[in-house]
Design a protein around this ligand. Structure first.
Ligand code: HAM
Length: 430
């Protein structure tokens, strides 16, 4: 019988790597709490039209990457509904904001989320069909200050803090403004005209995009096309005065806070709901899929799904990519247990369990062997899992004096049981 495997583009996360995932999530929750964000958990399944109306019918995500099916319900007479595994979480958060009339509170709503997203992309390193995002959204009625450029700057400053606290050095913040919906439409037309004479010299994808969706030409990675793209008009020149001054206020606040950024005129992002500020944080260690996170402002999204005016800004980080980056930076060495208890023979098994219980309840991480432990054979395995080994034979049980060996120094000491926890808590070798 053929063995069953995880579905293409999905994977099992195993220890010790899962410890790193948990550490990333704990750090993110801690930072979000300090900026006064609360957690939101929206369903993984949503009505398909939520994404076509927000992310946009013409985007790659909606047109070819969604896991969608017709759900009939239980009865023959039930109306078939098109359902989709969420490819991103901003649309779901804004739907929840509208559904629960959260704007009526008259305040800014600040949410964060951590969870799986699904896109049928071609899998490669850093790109999966099921991946996890850690994201946040700030949304509210205009009179609550949701359009203020200070909100944009604060979100970006929070991200810089979060990446620093995660230990991700060497990130780059790429920043741009795509202006209002009208600015973008104007730019799209300018670009379409500018592409007419040059498109025939470009790659096949660009030739198609020049007609169907000129903005996407800016995402092209084909080396030969880059000099041509560099000569195309920039979106900055299509922005109206409001969009320009909004962007200037965002960058002024970032300068004041000391958050470094570079302007990337080509950063237009692949989702239709963006207005004004757009950004990505990239990291060189990631290779082709170098975006650690992406986000921006979406001032018309609530109205697009039938809600009240509720400008917002947010981002989502690819958690899988954070893990890859930390692993590459070697900041992610798995933690060893504090001690390995090695009972020498079946007769001391029970006493070993009692000792393990005592130490674990005292906050130590303890691996417990059993009476089959053989000094020579099992030593290496213990070395791989713990920083120290506690040898426990019948003599040790009787005398209450244990033999403790520190694997990093090779030094072996006799420790009275009452002092054991204290000794194990001292740093010693890793
Ligand atoms: P996005 O740029 O589509 O934006 O995704 C955000 C991040 O999710 C990416 O930068 C990347 O790190 C990660 N990501 C995306 N696709 C994959 C994949 N197939 N495998 C692994 N990681 C992936 C959004 O999703 C927007 N909802 C962000 C946002 C929030 N904008 C405003 N608020």
């Amino acid at each position: 019988m053929a063995t069953l495997k995880a579905v293409r583009g999905t994977r099992d996360l195993l220890p010790p790597e899962t410890a790193l995932w948990n550490r990333i999530e704990a750090t993110a929750r801690d930072v979000f709490a300090r900026y006064n964000f609360g957690e939101i958990r929206t369903p993984i399944i949503e009505d398909t039209s939520l994404f076509s109306r927000s992310v946009g019918e013409e985007t790659d995500i909606v047109s070819k990457e969604m896991f969608t099916w017709q759900d009939r319900g239980r009865l023959r007479s039930d109306h078939a509904q098109s359902l989709t595994l969420r490819p991103e979480n901003t649309a779901g958060v804004v739907r929840a904001y509208v559904e629960h009339k959260l704007g009526d509170a008259g305040q800014l709503q600040k949410f964060y989320y951590i969870g799986p997203q699904f896109r049928r992309e071609r899998p490669m390193k850093g790109r999966y069909r099921q991946f996890s995002q850690i994201g946040a959204e700030v949304i509210g009625p205009p009179h609550a200050g949701s359009e203020s450029p200070l909100r944009d700057a604060e979100v970006l400053e929070m991200l810089a803090t979060l990446l620093d606290e995660l230990g991700i050095n060497g990130w780059t913040l790429e920043l741009n403004s795509v202006g209002s919906a009208a600015d973008r439409a104007r730019y799209n037309e300018t670009l379409r005209q500018a592409l007419i004479p040059v498109a025939p010299k470009m790659c096949e994808d660009c030739q198609r995009r020049a007609v169907t969706n000129p903005l996407r030409v800016l995402d092209c990675k084909v080396p030969e096309d880059q000099p041509i793209i560099d000569t195309l008009p920039k979106i900055a020149d299509s922005l109206d005065d409001d969009s320009k001054s909004h962007f200037a206020a965002v960058t002024a606040a970032l300068d004041a806070a000391g958050v470094p950024y570079t302007r990337n005129h080509r950063l237009v992002r692949g989702l239709d709901y963006y207005t004004r500020t757009t950004f990505e944080f990239t990291h060189g260690g990631l290779g082709a899929q170098n975006a650690l996170l992406g986000g921006g402002r979406y001032d018309g999204l609530s109205e697009a799904i039938g809600g009240p005016k509720a400008p917002g800004i947010g981002f989502a980080m690819g958690e899988d990519r954070l893990v890859l980056t930390l692993q590459a930076l070697e900041a992610a060495k798995p933690e060893k247990a504090d001690a390995y208890i090695a009972p020498l023979g079946e007769t001391v098994n029970a006493a070993a369990l009692a000792l393990a219980r005592e130490l674990r309840r005292g906050g130590l991480t303890v691996e417990l062997g059993d009476g089959s432990f053989r000094l020579k054979k099992s030593f290496d395995a213990a070395d791989r899992t713990a920083r120290r080994i506690i040898i426990m034979g019948e003599d040790e049980v009787a005398s209450g004096i244990l033999t403790v060996k520190d694997f990093s120094t090779g030094i072996q000491t006799k420790v009275p049981r009452a002092e054991l926890a204290g000794v194990l808590k001292t740093p010693g070798g890793k």
